[in-house]
Design a protein around this ligand. Sequence first.
Ligand code: GDP
Length: 311
Amino acid sequence: MTQPDPAELADALLAGDRRGLARAITLVESTRDSDRAHAARLLDLLAERSASSTIRIGLTGTPGVGKSTLIESLGMHLLGLGHRVAVLAVDPTSSRNRGSILGDKTRMPTLSADDRAFIRPSPSGGSLGGVARRTGAVRDLCEAAGYDIVLIETVGVGQSEGAVAELVDAFCLLVAPGGGDELQGVKRGVLELADLVCVNKADGPTAQLAVGTAADYRGALHLVRPKWTGRPTTVLTASALERSGVTELWDALLAHLDALGPDVVGRQRGDQAVTAFDAEVRERLLGLALSGVDTERLAELGADVRSGDRS
Ligand code: GDP
């Protein structure tokens, strides 16, 4: 296949051409060395030319808590408000096909059928850092293509949440109604990352329990380091299935970003970009260093260390 021309791709993307976006994503997700320079050129071209305001939201929660149902409800609400929505995923395990694949379109049938939404599964393969970095690039492409809201989901099992928090303006933890045990299952570190906690399935027989769970979380949040000094994390309830509380959820996220103000949100994005840059530099340097290494000799040394023949 011929190499796509970065300038041509950038034009297609900025014109809102979905096929152009898909081709651009294929390029930035490629791990081939020959594609890397083209991808970097494309991203630079877009960085110069796209400036409109966008909102980046992260969403995590254990499997079955209702992430895709919520994204479907929230996404439709956002389209109703006149936004265009991209849904991305960070899941380094997706290639192993464990359970539901994040970003799978069949999980969000109504949203994925709408032209104003763009849903993309997690890039497969590679380390968490690599997957997150490529997702960050895909996020930038989606924004350039006119998707002004980007939702990034990840499974809340204690690995990828930190990586997603580094890609978004605000991070939402979705939890299920339950007793104290439920709360214990949520890692303290994840609570510390959350800007908002939403207790889902606040409907039918679990409606009351959800209210109690929300109170439990408010109590628990007092015990963790606040993410933003002087700003308690908002806890609310919703039913993604019945689409109640979804408007309130969005309004609470906007209110949070509003309270932080554009300067703080902009600084956070800058910090995140530098963190990603540092990680990229380290990875490339490590790659360069290792490329000159005698791997056979290294393996021999490793064997000696294993057997105790060498310290
Ligand atoms: P995910 O694995 O976190 O993406 O969870 P899903 O969105 O696939 O939802 C898992 C199950 O919970 C499905 O059977 C949903 O219909 C159900 N579910 C999701 N949200 C709600 C809700 O608000 N209320 C109720 N009662 N069920 C829900």
